[in-house]
Design a protein around this ligand. Structure first.
Ligand SMILES: Cc1cc2nc3c(=O)[nH]c(=O)nc-3n(C[C@H](O)[C@H](O)[C@H](O)COP(=O)(O)OP(=O)(O)OC[C@H]3O[C@@H](n4cnc5c(N)ncnc54)[C@H](O)[C@@H]3O)c2cc1C
Length: 461
């Protein structure tokens, strides 16, 4: 970026909240992906919509690229600066603005941490259901921009399903107040939904109004051992028929090995099996504990499960969740190349076996870790970098290999990104999930909101 323009930006930005030191450029210029060389020109910390409008105007005038940045837990390099962009951190917009107990809504600024929202809702006797392993660091603005999902989607839906209002500053500097917290609003096209999942390409999300719900009653957590993956769907179906499920997750035995070593925790039961399902169920209703036990026994009788454990306390439920929630962190030292793929739930088992077969035939020396939100059709495949392979070589290998994996995804009519977005990492594979017509329409929408291409240029497409 031109040094003279950078100097002007630093001097003129309202509040002068800019950082140019190397440490900040590296820290704020990236997210959780580890495959891009960070090249940010400046980090800027707006405190208001007014600051953002000013910034957008300056960027349009001087043709500067801006990268919106939230909690930087993204897994697709959507918040990574690689081309000398100015990173715009939303972390100073961190206020909880209004809880309305009649409407059961919470209005917050975009930089509020997801877990702060969960805690605040709990203090009000309410519940914010979107949850995942990074909720202690991610921002609600980032969650909206990626339409984050997580572990309880089968019961409560994605972030999109919780958002009843948004305020945004577009890449043209307009302020839009979208849907304003309404439940019913049939006034033409709902632009709110364009911004949900837009990965910072259309505008800055500055405020989010969320719908809160009554907290669920007591939950029980089970971990079940399966030898044969084809048993996973009958297990899901039989439990879902009798009980209200909040989560239906899965992980492979290799994933269990990694998480046990990293978190220093014990295996859940004596037998080791190829796969494990983690199920969270509501046990509030009378008779539900008996129904749970019957489902458990029935799954044994059918030979679907080989062993299993059921939590008998909240503490035990929490420690069983660690087996699933700790996996991402436990494999980070292997610089994993992550696939976040989905198919319709009924196709999951067949799809996983087909992909796993391709992985092991093409790259027999790579270690693969499978886990994911199998109850909603979302699988995370993580290819671990062999110790001696350079990161760049590993990335190139995985990129070429991705055509095979995403080819399978397309064959099964699935998605190449279930909940992590496209960012930089998956943009060359978008055509496996979106038709040329859809991509062209998306590009036209981007142009409408961002005619100067200043917001997150080069991301998504
Ligand atoms: C251990 C771990 C586990 C995870 N588990 C899950 C999971 O189960 N489910 C899931 O969905 N995700 C998961 N993620 C991915 C990640 O946490 C989510 O994508 C999250 O929503 C990103 O939020 P963030 O604030 O960190 O966004 P960032 O990484 O900072 O940004 C993500 C994208 O949003 C844009 N953006 C950020 N803030 C704004 C804003 N205010 N306005 C406009 N654009 C903005 C950025 O430009 C970028 O394109 C996980 C990540 C980790 C590290």
């Amino acid at each position: 970026m031109d040094q003279h323009i950078l100097q002007q930006l630093v001097e003129k930005f309202p509040g002068f909240d800019c950082r140019l030191d190397d440490e900040s450029l590296q820290q704020y210029g990236t997210d959780w992906t580890q495959f891009h060389k960070v090249n940010a020109s400046a980090i800027i910390f707006p405190r208001s919509e007014f600051d953002l409008q000013w910034l957008v105007k300056f960027a349009r005038e001087h043709k500067i690229a801006l990268v919106p940045s939230g909690g930087r837990t993204g897994l697709s390099a959507g918040a990574v600066a690689t081309q000398g962009e100015v990173v715009v951190s939303l972390e100073r917009l961190d206020q909880i603005l209004e809880f309305n107990s009649t409407d059961a809504t919470l209005r917050v600024q975009a930089g509020v941490i997801t877990a702060t929202i969960q805690d605040y809702a709990e203090q009000q006797g309410m519940f914010y259901p979107v949850d995942f392993a990074s909720s202690g660091s991610s921002h609600i603005g980032g969650n909206v921009a990626t339409n984050a999902g997580g572990i309880r989607v089968i019961r409560y839906g994605m972030t999109r399903d919780q958002v009843v209002g948004l305020r945004v500053v577009t890449a043209k500097g307009e302020i839009l107040s979208l849907n304003k917290g309404l439940i019913k609003n049939a006034t033409g096209m709902d632009l709110r939904h364009l911004f949900i999942g837009s990965e910072g390409a259309l505008g800055f999300i500055t405020e989010v109004t969320l719908k809160l719900i009554n907290p669920p009653g007591p939950q029980s957590v089970l971990v079940l051992g399966l030898e044969d993956l084809s048993a996973v769907m009958p297990v899901l179906e039989s439990f879902r028929k009798e009980l209200t499920l909040s989560a239906f997750e899965f992980f492979s035995d290799q994933a269990l090995n990694k998480v046990m070593a990293h978190q220093k925790i014990q295996q859940p039961f004596e037998t080791r099996t190829a796969f494990y399902a983690l199920i969270e169920v509501d046990v509030e209703k009378q008779g539900s504990e008996d129904a749970l036990l019957s489902c458990f026994e029935y799954a044994f009788e059918q030979g679907w499960i080989v062993d299993g454990v059921m939590s008998s306390s909240a503490a035990q439920a929490e420690s069983l969740w660690k087996l699933r929630e700790g996996i991402s962190e436990s494999i980070t030292p292997w610089t994993p190349y992550k696939y976040d793929i989905s198919v319709t739930t009924s196709k999951v088992a067949e799809f996983l076996l087909a992909v796993d077969n391709k992985v092991s035939v093409t790259y027999p020396d790579f270690e693969n870790i499978w886990f994911g939100h199998i109850g909603d059709g979302n699988l995370h495949l993580n290819i671990l970098k062999p110790e001696k392979m350079a990161v760049e070589k590993f990335k190139e290998t995985c990129l070429s290999f991705s055509n095979i994996i995403y080819g399978q995804v397309a064959e099964f009519g699935g998605s190449i990104s279930a909940e992590h977005g496209i960012g930089l990492l998956k943009k060359s594979f978008l055509h496996f999930s979106r038709s040329p017509e859809e991509i062209n329409i998306q590009k036209a929408i981007k142009k409408l909101f961002d005619p100067d291409n200043i917001l997150n240029p080069g991301k998504i497409f």
